[in-house]
Design a protein around this ligand. Structure first.
Ligand code: ADP
Length: 427
């Protein structure tokens, strides 16, 4: 059975999207071009029709006034440069149409044929007819006057209108052809543009899942190996096997942290985590977090200092997440420094921004790693040693927290001298 890969699915989706876009755009083009054509046709035929109707009325009036000019050239008459032909009959009251009396114009048109077309149209009707292959516009009408009913057909050549319209059709066809080309290009561009963020997000997600599984495999293997050692000696006391139990326990602890971090990022990606919007006094928060970390720093013979302004620095945000951010930065500062290091947290603010800097005199970060430092599962060489317990997710979470608060985070670092992480938040 053929396996459908995600790439196949994306190609199929792209093709579908492309077809939908060009279908929609092309329909719009067709409607627009159709509208231009029908407006133009209406306008041109409207002009012809007006002339025909005026001429028909004028003809009947002339006949009633016994003017001779309408009979000129046997049913041909011209007004300006438009030539009209007509056939005029008068109906004999009480008799069938065929008994109508021919009055003037072209006698070879039967009054019955005019009557058939016009009978249901009190204001007369316009039609395009073909006479010997030439298009004519014709007006058929049965007109009631006190002196009787007149049956009239007036025609005029529609050849010029026809040529103009067929030229217009050609032009619109060419425009339509180019429009199709442009539509295809727009369709290709749009379909790849619309899909690329999804493809990128999907690839990132896939990489994330692969990295997460990889990260989970190692601690689980360690736990398994340590428990297997215990199982081999069921007669031993817990005390005598504390070493293996301790190993398994510390792996469980680090796996728990890893899973929590993974969950945080997964929820952040799916916008599941809501960021609270409460007023936070950052000076107080820094004091609280630094106080918690201080014993650990002392334990590692590191000097942790913090400095906050006299006045309160406030921001709007989620206190739990901002506490997590400070803990991540301080935890890193402790992890990537040696004993005797100085770690400082400074806070500053003005009316627009609040700035927190966490500085250490630790191992620093190589220049080539700096651009990737906030990427998921990015770990420097030093943290690959398992004693550091780093998952490579701390800074990704830190970045997400800062950005979710509308701020940004940057790092400055020199190998062997130390690093400074600076967080800027709106005040
Ligand atoms: P980890 O769990 O590995 O600490 P982080 O996302 O917190 O993951 O950090 C990513 C990498 O950035 C770390 O592996 C480390 O190499 C580097 N790093 C972070 N903070 C510091 C720091 N203060 N000093 C030196 N390197 C740091």
């Amino acid at each position: 059975m053929k396996q459908v890969t995600q790439n196949d699915a994306f190609s199929a989706m792209r093709i579908k999207l492309f077809l939908i876009i060009i279908g929609a755009l092309f329909t719009i083009w067709l409607i627009l071009l159709g509208l231009v054509y029908s407006l133009m046709a209406n306008e041109l035929f409207g002009l012809l029709d007006n002339g025909l109707q005026t001429y028909a009325i004028h003809t009947i009036h002339s006949h009633m006034n016994n003017k001779a000019d309408i009979t000129s050239s046997a049913g041909h008459a011209s007004s300006s440069d438009t030539k009209y032909n007509y056939s005029l009959w008068q109906r004999v009251p009480g008799n069938s149409i065929t008994y109508s009396v021919f009055i003037d114009g072209n006698p070879f048109v039967s009054p019955m044929s005019i009557y058939k077309v016009a009978q249901n149209h009190p204001d007369g009707i316009f039609k395009t007819i073909n006479i010997q292959g030439i298009p004519y516009r014709a007006f058929f009408a049965v007109i009631h006057f006190q002196r009787g009913d007149f049956i009239i057909r007036v025609t005029t050549s529609a050849a010029r209108t026809d040529t103009t319209l067929s030229n217009l059709l050609w032009t619109l066809g060419i425009v339509g052809f180019f429009a199709l080309g442009i539509t295809i290009m727009i369709g290709l561009w749009l379909s790849s543009r619309i899909l690329s963020p999804s493809i990128r997000a999907w690839k990132r997600q896939q990489q994330f899942v692969a990295d997460a599984s990889h990260e989970l495999r190692t601690p689980l293997a360690i736990i398994k190996t340590n428990l297997e050692v215990l199982l081999r000696h069921p007669e031993h006391t817990i005390e005598s096997e504390l070493h293996w139990l301790g190993n398994a326990y510390s792996e469980v602890l680090s796996t728990t942290t890893l899973i929590e971090d993974l969950l945080t990022l997964a929820r952040a990606d799916s916008m599941e985590i809501l960021i609270e919007h409460e007023e936070i006094d950052l000076s107080a928060l820094i004091h609280e977090v630094a106080d918690t970390v201080q014993p650990l720093a002392e334990d590692q013979e590191k000097d942790l200092k913090w400095e906050t302004p006299e006045f309160p620095c406030k921001t709007i945000g989620d206190i739990k997440r901002l506490r997590q951010l400070l803990l991540i930065l301080l935890d890193n500062a402790l992890k990537y420094t040696n004993s005797g290091a100085i770690i400082s947290v400074t806070l500053g603010c003005d009316t627009n921004f609040t700035q927190i800097a966490v500085k250490d005199t630790g191992i620093g970060i190589p220049v080539n790693q700096l651009p990737k430092i906030f990427d998921r599962f990015m770990r420097g060489d030093s943290s690959r040693h398992r004693e550091n317990q780093g998952s490579g997710l701390g800074l990704s979470i830190a970045k997400w927290i800062v950005e979710a608060h509308g701020g940004n985070i940057i790092v400055n670092s020199t190998v062997g001298k130390g690093s400074t992480f600076t967080v800027k938040l709106p005040s």
